[in-house]
Design a protein around this ligand. Structure first.
Ligand code: ADP
Ligand code: MG
Length: 542
């Protein structure tokens, strides 16, 4: 008809569709997870908008319905959610504006073919995954609060159409015209298995409709509200995978109920694996806030950013359901929850740190993030210092500040550290010569953040923390290193000559105990950035 508009996809969408359909072929059952998750999100969003007065209420008994039709070779997903206006359809289904899909597309483009399958678990591949099983997709939607319905349709190639349509209530129907090689997905049993595997924890009921009968496909219980004794390790792992798109087991599962000054249920996970770059770049905690089971937001900052690798849900009775954004920022309830949840995670880390091998697995994934807390969080700085682990010039594996202090030499006044690019390069640095000769241990730091936090921490167990590239290091109180002694007299005559020759280049030239074999070494002034920091600043163009 005349009213049908034809639109080109954004260039990125074409590429993403191609990748999704071809690279992920063997995992295509996840299309159902993606579409059901979107439908459940839409119901949650409508419920939230209704409470704050923006949309008509979600009807009683709201559910996501999945209707396979073998004769027509279609699968229809129907939800009474927030729906989409014409403009929202063009934006959401015609471009790559959404974060999950954008990050996925970026990572897929950067990953080698061997890494691609593991990326699926990492990101929601979103709406476009429908084209893995469908040769044509039609979306009919009516925005809650809006008057008209529109139909979006595409064969997943270069373009899509938009046309006026009819829908009595707000919500969305998605019709998948199943590809000949995907007919297995027309079987209700197959659909149910996929839902149980991927979407069991969705709190909106998911029904499979067959011969006019509806059958519940998901359990739909809020797992975090169940007593611990009733939750199997498998259910925890499935929920964890669902939350963060992970495919391994969590390193830690924290499930508890707080009662007293503040009431809440919490279920948190520390991942067993490190997420890919685009996710890591994000700074805010994404722990989900629910009020009386209902999802409110994942932007409440329930944990400090240096614990942003923690995933999970906090569900409280102590906030009203129609909590507003402003209220979320100012309410003391949230501040109390934040404090309790942060302390609980720290105490878990302290306990697990007692088993060095176990803790190393965590540390290697998230140590650099935790170090940010030493830099920016005065309140937890001391607690965090005890959780830090380091490579060292004296011992294999990881070591703590407490262990370092217990090994300090007679007469040694400070905790020494050297930071730079890689532990291998650091271990070979001439800066270490004098320390090695005297048997003085030096911690070797090679994370980007290492240039910043030591100065903030300042000391540990009353021992000052010092970069060995900074200022004059006095090792004279420590026995050993005789190799360097005899040459001191000659150096005193050489110093003025060097000072004169290098006066444009360096601010000072002096004798040092730092060296044994090497003749000279660069050092930073006593105050201000150490050498590693100076290099970082230089690179940043300052
Ligand atoms: P994401 O879910 O990560 O945002 P998707 O590709 O899965 O990305 O979905 C893109 C967007 O399309 C969603 O954010 C949402 O705005 C919209 N959308 C998809 N399905 C529905 C639906 N059933 N009801 C309302 N909006 C939807
Ligand atoms: Mg989605």
């Amino acid at each position: 008809s005349e009213a049908v508009e034809r639109h080109e996809f954004g260039a990125e969408v074409g590429r993403l569709l191609d990748l999704v359909v071809h690279a992920l072929y063997s995992d295509r059952e996840i299309f159902l997870r993606e579409l059901v998750a979107n439908a459940a999100d839409a119901v949650d969003r409508r419920r939230f908008e209704a409470l704050t007065g923006g949309a008509p209420a979600v009807p009683e008994g709201a559910a996501v319905r999945i209707i396979p039709d073998k004769a027509a070779r279609t699968i229809t997903l129907s939800d009474p959610g927030i729906g989409m206006s014409k403009a929202e359809m063009a934006e959401n289904l015609g471009t790559i504006a959404r974060s999950g899909t954008r990050a996925f597309s970026q990572s897929l483009a950067e990953a080698g073919p061997a890494d691609r399958p593991s990326l699926i678990g990492q990101f929601g591949v979103g709406f476009y995954s429908a084209f893995m099983v469908a040769e044509r997709v039609e979306v009919t939607s009516r925005r809650a609060g809006g008057e008209e319905a529109w139909r979006w349709a595409s064969e997943g190639r270069g373009d899509y159409t938009l046309a006026p349509a009819a829908r009595e209530e707000a919500g969305t129907d998605i019709v998948l015209h199943v590809r000949p090689d995907a007919e297995e997905f027309l079987e209700p049993i197959r659909l149910r298995t996929i839902i149980r595997k991927w979407a069991d924890h969705i709190t909106v009921p998911v029904l499979i409709v067959q011969d006019g009968k509806e059958e519940a496909a998901n359990e739909g219980t809020a797992l975090w509200r169940k007593p611990k004794s009733e939750v199997s390790e498998e259910s925890y792992a499935e929920f964890y995978q669902h939350l963060g798109h992970f495919f391994d087991k969590p390193w830690a599962t924290l499930h508890w109920r707080a009662e007293g000054t503040v009431d809440f249920h919490a279920l948190l996970f520390i991942p067993g694996m490190k997420p890919f770059q685009p996710v890591e770049g994000e700074r805010e905690s994404r722990v989900r806030l629910h009020v009386r089971r209902m999802f409110i937001t994942d932007e409440a900052g329930l944990l400090p950013s240096w614990l942003r690798f923690v995933h999970g849900v906090v569900d409280t009775e102590d906030l009203p359901l129609n909590v507003s954004r402003e209220m979320l920022q100012s309410t003391p309830v949230l501040a109390r929850i934040r404090r309790a949840v942060t302390n609980r995670v720290l105490s878990e880390l302290r306990t697990r740190a007692k088993d060095a091998a176990d803790y190393a697995a965590f540390w290697e994934n998230f140590g650099p993030v935790l170090k940010e807390g030493v830099w920016e969080d005065a309140e937890h700085r001391k607690d965090l210092a005890a959780l830090l682990r380091f490579r060292s010039s004296a011992v294999e594996g990881w070591t703590s500040l407490a262990d370092y202090v217990s090994r300090m030499k007679e007469g040694q006044e400070a905790i020494y550290l050297l930071s730079g690019e890689t532990p291998e390069a650091l271990a070979k640095s001439p800066q270490l010569e004098g320390f090695r000769a005297r048997g003085v241990e030096v911690l070797l730091l090679s994370d980007g953040i290492d240039a910043f936090w030591p100065e903030r921490l300042g000391s540990f167990e009353d021992k000052p923390i010092r970069s060995i590239t900074q200022g004059s290091v006095d090792l004279s109180g420590i026995a050993g290193g005789e190799g360097a002694q005899g040459e001191a007299a000659d150096v005193s005559r050489l110093l003025p000559l060097l000072r004169d020759a290098l006066k444009e280049e360096v601010s000072e030239v002096r004798a040092t105990d730092r060296l044994v074999d090497s003749a000279v070494v660069l050092a930073a002034p006593e105050h201000g950035p150490d050498l590693h920091m100076q290099r970082l600043l230089q690179r940043a163009g300052r």
